[in-house]
Design a protein around this ligand. Structure first.
Ligand code: CZF
Length: 176
């Protein structure tokens, strides 16, 4: 099975592979660099789902012999006066049928959000790398690996988001 992903971020590709491999055999993952027109740090549900959808559709269009296209977009959801980080996956098949799935969310420290809203940094990775002296944390375990003291990695969040998006595909009798 060929699964085309609208990202070359290794942590996303690993999470997608782990999710598909639970339900399908011989899963081959291919990552593609795609343009979405969505800001580097999406804020609000609409931007995040749109980013995920565009990534999935573009990967299906660019990729060769894809059985599925997958887009994973991360962003902030404002709730009361806090911001929560979520990963949203969109999985689309060759017939154009697609579904969303959501990861667990974690609260982003207020000062980190403020630096992005003020335009001091473009996206979460830049703030985290600067504060913790990491490099490309978004591709290596993610901010969540620091916050959870190494217990949870970003690929785990991607895994759950993609698995949730696959639920309607693997239960077609009750979702059709
Ligand atoms: O949900 C998350 N969980 C984490 O633990 C985490 N650690 C860092 N980030 C950052 O969140 C921003 C948006 O992510 P994003 O998906 O829009 O872009 P990305 O640069 O990671 O991937 P891509 O654009 O190459 O596909 C990027 O700055 C990521 O680095 C995380 N996001």
């Amino acid at each position: 099975m060929e699964v085309c992903v609208g990202s070359t971020n290794p942590t996303k590709l690993k999470g997608v592979k782990n999710a598909f491999s639970m339900f399908y055999n011989n899963v081959n993952i291919k990552g593609y660099n795609v343009q979405t027109g969505i800001p580097p740090q999406p804020i609000g549900l609409e931007q995040i789902i749109e980013g995920a959808r565009r990534r999935a559709i573009s990967s299906l269009a660019i990729g060769e012999r894809c059985d599925f296209g997958v887009g994973v977009e991360a962003g902030f959801i404002p709730i009361e006066d806090k911001f929560f980080d979520v990963q949203i996956a969109f999985v689309i098949d060759r017939n154009g049928i697609g579904f969303y799935g959501f990861s667990p969310m974690f609260m982003v420290p207020k000062t980190f959000v403020e630096k992005i809203l003020a335009g001091e940094y473009r996206e979460l990775e830049e703030v985290v790398d600067s504060y913790f002296h990491t490099k490309n944390i978004g591709e290596k375990g993610g901010f969540i690996s620091i916050l959870s003291k190494g217990r949870i990695r970003r690929e785990d969040l991607v895994f759950y988001a993609v698995t949730m998006a696959l639920i309607p595909f693997i239960n077609q009798n009750i979702y059709s």
